[in-house]
Structure formats: C-alpha cells, structure tokens
Write a protein that binds this ligand. Structure first.
Ligand SMILES: [Ca+2]
Ligand SMILES: [Ca+2]
Length: 143
C-alpha cells in the first residue's frame, strides 16, 4: 500500500469517527463513577474509543476515551494480552482519580486504587482471595 493511499484511508477514518462522535454527544461534564464503562473484552471497544495495538499482534490491547475538553477520561490496558482488559484508569478533568486492576486476569476487578491529586495513592481496596468481596482496605493519611 502506498503512503498516499494509506493517508487517504486515514482521513476517511477520521471523518467517519467525527460523524460517529457527533452522534453520541451525550456526555456528562465531569467524570461520574456511575458512568465508568469498564469493558473487558477488547473487541467490544467501539468508535468512541481510541484503540491501540501495542504488541502488534493485530489485537487491541489499549483503549482511551477523552472528555469533551480532549483530556483523558477512561483508559484501559490489556496487560497480559489475553484479549481481556485488566488495568483500568478513571480520570476527572484529566487527573487520575482511580485505577482498577484485575491482578489475576480472571475478568473481575480485585484491586481498587484511589489517587489523591492524581499522583499520591490515597488508599486501596483489595479482594485478596478473588471471591468478589473486598477483604482488605488501606487508607493512607492526608499528611
Ligand atoms: Ca488481560
Ligand atoms: Ca481478578
């Protein structure tokens, strides 16, 4: 494929993404945890996401959604490349507020990390035996 042809396809893709983006304009102004879409199956990410294939194996392993200001909003990573996202990031106004991880890759979140100021870990919750119930809570002081 020539570079020119690839460029044309790229433009067409951007145009179609723009149209689809305009159709799904219903977005809250601020990140709302209830609205946090955690999609595990990498094949279920639609055109509202920017997806990447960092392993170059033809399969999505990274997805990013930006808010209407262009800031990071949701981010997901398939860390072990098994086709299920296992590392989720939630941002508010471009600042990381929470990270949720599936540390044993069974398709269920078992570690919730709460951030303070986007940099410091404010605390975390764990489901250490992977039964779906949080059994370890750690909160760090604000000092
Ligand atoms: Ca995975
Ligand atoms: Ca898990």
């Amino acid at each position: 494929m020539s570079t020119k042809k690839a460029g044309q396809i790229g433009v067409l893709l951007i145009l179609s993404l723009t149209v689809l983006g305009a159709q799904s304009a219903e977005r809250p102004d601020e990140s709302d945890e209830d609205e946090w879409e955690k999609i595990f199956d990498v094949d279920e990410y639609d055109e509202t996401w920017l997806v990447g294939d960092t392993r170059n194996d033809g399969r999505t392993d990274y997805a990013l959604k930006r808010d209407d200001q262009g800031r990071k909003w949701f981010e997901a990573v398939d860390f072990n490349g098994d086709g299920l996202m296992d590392d989720f990031y939630l941002y508010s106004s471009g600042t990381l507020v929470r990270q949720e991880l599936d540390t044993n890759f069974d398709g269920a979140i078992d570690l919730w990390i709460h951030m303070h100021d986007g940099v410091r870990v404010a605390g975390y919750e764990r489901d250490t035996n992977y039964d779906g119930t949080i059994d370890l809570v750690k909160e760090f002081g604000d000092s």
